[in-house]
Design a protein around this ligand. Structure first.
Ligand code: NAP
Length: 425
């Protein structure tokens, strides 16, 4: 057995605290093949009460980067600032890096991977995508021989919790969000989660692993869930669907289409049955898949265990390229033109119940060659607001966007129309 693996940990919050507590309480020597020793730790506040023993404290990340260690574990967060500086310094100083930081890798992953590989070092990030689900290792190693056609996933537990609660309670988005904040499922500033940004970071990493491309946020279409109304959830159920926020990366003849969007998923399919704060990923793999992975996407224990799996890999000398193929072979993502992507859609229009309104909407849709598969209209008293809901046949996103622009200006339409792609039917 070789000498101990010396670990320096920056960030002692939910994930970092879990990693330290696990390393202090578990004996992983047999599994890792050597002792795992914490030689330095730091966070912002030395005096904060934490549920584990504080030892080998260093003043800040600059001091931590200089410690004689084999691995630096970055668990601070953020796509720049101290996390980025620490990871760069650690790699330049010849130290392996483990991180759970999807924001950092989605922005700087290709460059950091190149730096790590030039130096013959590991940069591992299992905890960064879907927390406790070992999807990074699966795509990077187990599925490496296959051609991946698509990855799609429920990658944000906060959004899935909110959508699940809206469905089970019938309550509106804002009420459920407040509860989610009170129960600790949502941040006080929830915008990164509900706006789809967090899912986008994770999807960028999944797409890089699946397609051998550089993580690319800039060409990704991102929509969040804040506009989803209780009646969308109820109509979805009536049509036999559930609404899920999905991150989707698909290969097509036009390139790779990456998007984050609320999506109609057929009830009874595995993705539709992922409830609450759970995450799931489906990998559509030629000649073998689809493979379905689900589990807890966040929280101390699952995320800390994913970090520990990376540390154990390094202790065993299990290296390999950061994104499954050498960083110098990663190509810029050949983004499919956003307008060329197609889907069937759920469309909801909030209109005045006056003669001619349905004909006007149908006419506008026809101008964009959008044909309707099914429709529901719920009437109230004449002259009041009603919802018209349609499922379309396959059409382009561009056609729906174009039709919406012309429909939204009608004086019979009283709020912006809602569109949700029918993703998994
Ligand atoms: N929470 C999850 O379930 C989860 C799941 C997957 C991935 N992640 C990722 O894991 C990372 C950490 O998340 P978390 O939830 O553990 O965050 P957190 O609970 O907010 O912890 C952040 C830690 O970083 C420390 N910190 C902040 N600024 C620092 C600085 N300038 N120098 C040194 N330490 C600093 C904080 O110190 P103090 O404690 O002194 O304030 C705290 O210990 C993020 O990249 C996140 O995206 C989290």
């Amino acid at each position: 057995m070789s000498g101990p693996l010396r670990i320096a940990i920056a960030g002692l919050g939910t994930v970092g605290g879990g990693v330290v507590a696990a390393l202090q309480s578990k004996t992983l020597e047999d599994r890792a093949g050597r002792r795992l020793e914490i030689v330095a730790m730091c966070a912002r506040d030395r005096n904060k009460k934490r549920g584990f023993e504080i030892g080998n404290w260093v003043g800040d990340t600059h001091a931590l980067a200089k410690v004689d260690a084999d691995v630096v574990v970055e668990l601070i967060g953020g796509d720049d600032g101290p996390a980025l500086t620490l990871v760069e310094k650690a790699l330049k100083a010849g130290k392996h890096v483990v991180t759970a930081n999807k924001a950092l890798l989605a922005r700087h992953g290709a460059r950091l991977a190149a730096l790590a590989e030039e130096k013959g070092l590991s940069l591992k990030f299992e905890a960064a995508v879907a927390g406790g689900i070992p999807i990074v290792k699966a795509l990077r190693e187990s599925l490496i021989g296959y051609e991946v056609a698509a990855v799609r996933g429920i990658l944000n537990g906060t959004c899935n919790y909110i959508l699940t609660q809206m469905e089970s309670s019938g309550r509106p988005f804002n009420d459920v969000l407040k509860d989610a904040q009170a129960f600790g499922y949502a941040e006080s500033d929830p915008s990164l989660d509900i706006g789809g940004g967090d899912t986008a970071h994770k999807l960028a990493l999944l797409a890089a692993l699946a397609f051998g491309t550089m993580p690319d946020l800039d060409t990704m279409a991102v929509r969040g869930i804040a506009h989803i109304a209780s009646e969308d959830i109820a109509f979805a159920r009536e049509f036999g669907y559930r609404i899920k926020l999905l991150g989707i990366a698909k290969r097509s003849q036009n390139g790779i289409d990456q998007r984050v969007q609320p999506s109609m998923v057929s009830a009874g399919t595995p993705l539709a049955d992922v409830h609450g704060a759970f995450n799931a990923v489906v990998a559509d793999v030629k000649h073998a898949g689809p493979f379905f992975f689900d589990g807890r996407g966040a929280g101390e224990a699952p995320t800390a265990n994913a970090v520990i799996a990376d540390i154990v890999d390094i202790a065993r000398g299990n290296m390999g390229p950061v994104f499954g193929i050498p960083a110098r072979a990663l190509v810029p993502l050949p983004a499919a033109p956003a307008d060329s992507a197609t889907s069937a859609f759920y469309l909801r229009f909030q209109v005045l119940d006056v003669p001619g309104v349905l004909a006007e909407i149908a006419g506008r849709l026809a101008e964009w060659r959008i044909s309707i598969e099914s429709m529901i209209q719920r009437g109230r008293a004449p002259g009041e607001a009603v919802s018209i809901v349609m499922i379309t046949h396959e059409t382009t996103y561009a056609a729906v966007d174009g039709a919406f622009k012309t429909i939204a200006v009608s004086d019979k339409v009283i709020s912006p129309p809602c569109m949700i792609a029918m993703e998994a039917r």
